[in-house]
Ligand binder design. Structure first.
Ligand code: SAH
Length: 260
């Protein structure tokens, strides 16, 4: 299941950090590296020298123009953040996140992304608002920001430990923890989780319908869409629930057209 965890780096400026990330990932058995608008040449010599042997990951890294594209097929998107932001967001600790992944990745087609920000400015608010949850590595509050590849290393390590613990537990079934209890997508859930692309289409539709009924004013947006994103992402919608919500919006649109 480690192969269904994608590491996404946004706007990386030092190729050495891409190489060091590849090395950290390969050490921990992760393989899927995505780069969103890197601000350097990811195949620079510095990347390969810091990858020291994990060159295949650097070569295989896919590039995207936007976060949404890099995580379109993901069913869980988690943003790694060095500091807290304006609008509070569901926050998990690294170990709790890793321990939740086996259940989150149990449904067929489930895929998780861990998203990391720029070396200088981290993740933007818009990017953080595209994540289901945020993860913060507890550090010295006076000096909280880790080097990018070091942050990847910590989370990749936790993911590996959680999956090793799962192997141990299945070797002795009686000791297996109840992994369904604390997660929205237990293995017996009836519908597959919605993908990030489904969610983005829903949010675009929701915004347009709320604008049409004059509940939402794009010229004075306040935090409405951010709050609605937070609400719906917290619910971890499945694909059937997503279709119902899209259907409701579609019916409102139809009634509006009939009236006008
Ligand atoms: N100066 C930036 C930090 C950039 S560090 C800021 O204040 O936001 C580069 C990236 O590494 C961050 O965007 C984040 O994804 C990750 N990172 C660094 N320290 C972290 C921490 N303590 N917890 C979680 N992620 C961290």
């Amino acid at each position: 299941m480690l192969d269904r965890i994608r590491i996404v780096l946004i706007g990386t400026s030092h190729p050495g950090n891409i190489g060091a990330t590849a090395r950290a990932m390969r050490n921990m058995g992760l393989e899927d590296l995505a780069l969103v608008t890197p601000r350097c040449d990811p195949r620079d010599q510095d990347a390969y020298s810091r990858a020291s042997g994990a060159n295949t990951l650097v070569d295989a890294a896919r590039q995207f123009d936007a976060l949404e594209e890099a995580v379109a097929d993901c069913t869980l998107v988690v943003g790694a953040s060095a500091r807290s932001r304006h609008l509070p967001w569901p926050m998990v600790a690294p170990r709790a996140l890793a321990e939740s992944l086996p259940a989150a990745l149990a449904p067929e087609g489930a895929r998780a992304a861990l998203v990391f920000g720029r070396e200088d400015t981290g993740l933007t608010n818009a990017e953080l608002q595209r994540c289901h949850q945020h993860v913060h590595i507890p550090t010295n509050p006076d000096f909280s920001s880790l080097n990018l590849a070091a942050a990847v290393q910590v989370l990749a390590y936790e993911c590996r430990q959680a999956f090793l613990a799962l192997d141990d537990a299945s070797a002795t079934p009686a000791a297996e923890p109840d992994r369904e209890a604390d997660l929205p997508f237990g293995v017996t859930w009836d519908n597959p989780p919605a993908t990030h692309a489904d969610l983005e289409r829903f949010f675009a539709h929701l915004e347009s319908t709320l604008t049409a009924i004059e509940f939402h004013d794009p010229d004075n947006p306040r935090q409405l869409m951010a709050r609605l994103r937070r609400l719906f992402m917290r619910a971890h919608l499945d694909s059937m629930e997503m279709n119902i919500l899209r259907g409701i919006l579609g019916t409102i649109d139809k009634r509006l057209r009939e009236k006008s």
